[in-house]
Design a protein around this ligand. Structure first.
Ligand code: TPP
Ligand code: MG
Length: 340
């Protein structure tokens, strides 16, 4: 391990009593948000198969603790930017699921007026700046946001998420170099779900411990367990504090797993075994959090069931809203393409 690579959190990995200090409301809200993401996406998959949704659809199922744990650890006006697997980030940030479902349906009431779709969820009012389809494309953008924060002396940080495959793009290296050189308040978060489409990390990366990639630039590396929402929370708290108070970047590798295929069109049977998927499902972040809430008597089984029922209703209403919304009018075809 290099001087810059500090393994944190992985060893903890437990759901310890110390997290009770977050308070019941916050703990239940974190759980509810993970369930909302899961149910929203299960419904999106169903709507996709019914051809209500077109284009690409990349599900975040299995990775929910990453978005929820990280958003819980920052402030509402901090920035975040991510790749195309973005539903969880937007929901965790608090964007109305109705507007997001409408966006998936390509309707005018959607967050990007129906023109962005699944890969371009965006909510400027919440400083959630995408949703970007080009692998690695968001990394320099996140770095630029961090530059703007520093230039304007704002008390903010920028969480810049990416997949494991993005660390082999040139944009990753150029961005990390400048972030270290200019001491920018950015947290680079690699959501390592072990695959870039059908390619396993060890078939694409010479160094598979991705947090080590920061050491060439003097950027500290950290690791968190992406199936444990508290591990993510702790790591982001620490990295965001360093960004905010010392204006220093961090490279955080969060080890996670996607339970579904790369996208809806991925048969998901060629490059990984059913057994591997089943084993990973034993670490389901939602089930682990549920167990914690029950064991620590923060919620009863009845309350957990009620949350699930309430969330399913929210999702059903989102579909109804999307169904009843209108298509973008023809006259809007060229709107929002150029900014003058
Ligand atoms: C520059 C570029 N090259 C190739 C693609 C095609 N592509 C889409 S997703 C993807 C894999 C990305 O994997 P990863 O970064 O690990 O993210 P994950 O899908 O696992 O969340 C590729 C190669 C693309 N969108 N952009
Ligand atoms: Mg990946």
């Amino acid at each position: 391990m290099s001087d810059y690579a500090v393994e944190t959190n992985m060893s903890k990995g437990s759901f310890g009593e110390e997290y009770l200090s977050l308070g019941r409301n916050k703990l239940v809200e974190m759980f509810r948000t993970m369930v909302l993401i899961r149910r929203f996406e299960e419904m999106a998959a169903k709507m996709y198969s019914m051809q209500k949704i077109g284009g690409f659809l990349h599900l975040y199922i299995g990775q929910e603790a990453v978005a929820v744990g990280s958003v819980a650890a920052i402030r509402d006006d901090d920035y975040m930017i991510t790749a195309y697997r973005d539903h969880g980030h937007a929901i965790a940030r608090g964007t109305d699921p109705k507007l997001l479902m409408a966006e998936l349906f390509g309707k005018y009431t959607g967050t990007s007026k129906g023109k962005g779709g699944s890969m371009h969820f965006f909510d400027a009012s919440r400083n959630m700046l995408g949703g970007h389809a080009i692998v690695g494309g968001q990394i320099p953008l996140g770095t630029g946001i961090a530059f703007k924060i520093k230039y304007r002396r704002e008390d903010k940080v920028c969480l810049t998420y990416m997949g494991d495959a993005a660390v082999n793009q040139g944009t990753f290296h150029e961005s990390l170099n400048l972030a270290a050189l200019w001491k920018l308040p950015v947290v680079y978060i690699v959501e390592n779900n072990l695959y870039g489409m059908g390619t396993a990390v060890d078939r694409a990366s010479a160094v598979t411990e991705l947090y080590k990639r920061g050491c060439s630039y003097g950027i500290e590396g950290m690791v968190a367990d992406g199936m444990n929402v508290f591990s993510v929370y702790d790591a982001i708290k620490e990295a965001a504090k360093k960004a905010r108070e010392l204006s220093l970047p961090t490279l955080l590798e969060i080890r996670t797993y996607r339970f579904r295929g790369h996208s809806m069109s991925d048969p998901d049977s060629i490059y990984r075994t059913k057994q591997e998927v089943e084993e990973e499902k034993q670490r389901d972040p939602i089930e682990q959090m549920k167990k914690f809430l029950l064991e620590e008597k923060i919620a009863t089984q009845k309350e957990i069931d009620d949350i699930d029922a309430e969330v399913k209703k929210v999702v059903a209403e989102a579909v109804e809203f999307a169904e009843n919304s209108s298509e973008p009018p023809l006259e809007s075809m060229y709107d929002d393409i150029y900014v003058s």
